[in-house]
Design a protein around this ligand. Structure first.
Ligand code: FAD
Length: 405
């Protein structure tokens, strides 16, 4: 067992593995990446792998631009494979209030120089013939949007980190981070203790538990999210633009000649990780096909192919939601050396290269390259929301994922 480290990263999903990779790249010294399961094996490989550039905040656009540039040179940087396709995307409003939101998003995207255009429903249909124009009020094209193979990201960063000198410890559970008056002193695991002044809690759905063992409250709600992958569908090639339907919370992208699609449902299932038990893994998560089938009915007029296609795979994972829909990234007040990379809000994988690099710079140089104040744990103030308010607001953020009114 390794006895000393300069930084211990807890969790080898997209967020933790990227942080470990950039820590080593930036010369952080002895970096240890610990995971209680196999490397990159939990929520990250089950994602849709979609990267959206036109976001609801300036900071997210900035981070997304950094992240997608890093995805494009992933193999060059990490030495690991990553399949990605810049197909562009079409975001669709079916209600007047959502058309207004789309206009504001378009204005912000243009300010950042994105290839974003408001287009007619017929033009959207020409770009993606699976999208029928009936019932579409407004649409926005974003040329930079891309999708990537989600199962290659976390493992690629973890292997890249290891090749560059990090120590990687799969099947090792962190039981407690010891925090003294001067800050973090050591990490206790089921295989032994590692002395370190810095930890990054990137434990995904378990981020809260890891922090709680040190008396730190992280206001996030683990929330089930699921998708279908279909058999081949006529007319689908890899370049077909992705589609997002705002009020329905439905998204679809090409996947091996078929479609990969999912939904942000009205009443998401929120989970209490403690009640699932210590041996729970994401593959044990109970899925519910009815949620997706109801969504297919909801968008039947615009995307009839979803109902018609045969399902090849049904998968899901447990991203974590916050009360304001923003990630939690950075140091923990009152616990020097205890950093968080969590509250992914179902958008953690696509942004992971930017968050990982920013956090690595923060740990090494004392400040991040972007102003990440909007993502700080401190923003919730000393009066962290009650559990009831947190769950209510987190559910609202989930079901309004596409900024629908
Ligand atoms: C169906 C679906 C579709 C999605 N689509 C997208 C998308 O298109 N774009 C996007 O950006 N995001 C998407 N997401 C969200 C994305 O998957 C998450 O934001 C991201 O994977 C979170 O990564 P993570 O590193 O926080 O968590 P994880 O990948 O779950 O990694 C956390 C790791 O921490 C480890 N761990 C936990 N506790 C401990 C402990 N005590 N000791 C040691 N290790 C521990 C776990 O074993 C795990 O490996 C989607 C999610 C789902 C489920």
């Amino acid at each position: 067992m390794i006895e000393r480290a300069d930084v211990v990263v807890i969790g080898s999903g997209g967020l933790g593995a990227a942080t470990a990779f950039y820590l080593v790249q930036r010369g952080a010294g002895r970096v240890v990446l610990v995971d209680k399961h196999d490397l990159g094996s939990q929520t990250s490989p089950r994602a849709a792998g979609m990267a959206a550039h036109a976001r609801t905040s300036d900071l997210m656009i900035e981070l997304m631009k950094v992240a997608s540039a890093k995805f494009k040179r992933f193999t060059e940087d990490t030495g690991q494979p990553l399949a990605w396709t810049q197909s562009g995307s079409v975001k669709v409003a079916r209600r007047p209030e959502d058309a207004g939101t789309l206009e504001r998003e378009h204005a912000r995207a243009k300010r950042f120089g994105l290839d974003a255009e408001l287009i007619s429903p017929e033009a959207a249909h020409r770009l993606n013939p699976l999208l029928e124009p009936e019932g579409v009020l407004a649409a926005m094209w974003v040329g930079e949007d891309l999708y990537f193979e989600p199962s290659q990201v976390a493992i690629g960063f973890a292997r890249g980190a290891e090749a560059a000198g990090a120590s990687v410890l799969p099947r090792t559970t962190v039981t407690r981070v010891e925090v003294g008056d001067g800050g973090v002193t050591r990490v206790e695991t089921d295989k032994g203790t590692i002395r370190t002044p810095v930890v990054v809690d990137a434990a995904g759905a378990w981020t809260r538990q890891v922090a709680a063992a040190s008396g730190i409250r992280i206001p996030i709600v683990p929330t089930r999210h699921q998708l279908f992958v279909t058999e081949r569908v006529e007319g689908v090639d890899a370049d077909l633009p992705m589609v997002r339907i705002m009020d329905a919370g439905v998204y679809v992208r090409p996947c091996d000649g078929g479609l990969l699609w999912g939904v942000f449902e009205e009443a998401p299932r929120q989970l209490d990780m403690d009640s699932l038990g210590g041996s729970f893994q994401i593959p044990d998560l109970e899925l519910d096909a009815a949620v997706l089938l109801r969504a297919a009915d909801d968008v039947q007029q615009q995307l009839p192919a979803l109902r018609a296609a045969r399902i090849r795979e049904h998968r899901g994972g447990i991203p974590t939601m916050t009360a304001d829909g923003r990630h939690i990234v950075g140091p923990t007040p009152g616990a020097q050396g205890f950093f968080i990379a969590g509250g992914c809000n179902v958008a953690g994988l696509s942004i992971s290269p930017a968050i990982g690099d920013a956090l690595a710079a923060w740990i090494i140089h004392g400040a991040p390259p972007h102003d990440l104040t909007p993502l700080s744990l401190e923003r919730f103030g000393p009066e962290s929301p009650t559990e009831e308010t947190l769950r209510r607001d987190a559910a609202w953020q989930y079901r309004h994922f596409y900024g629908s009114a």
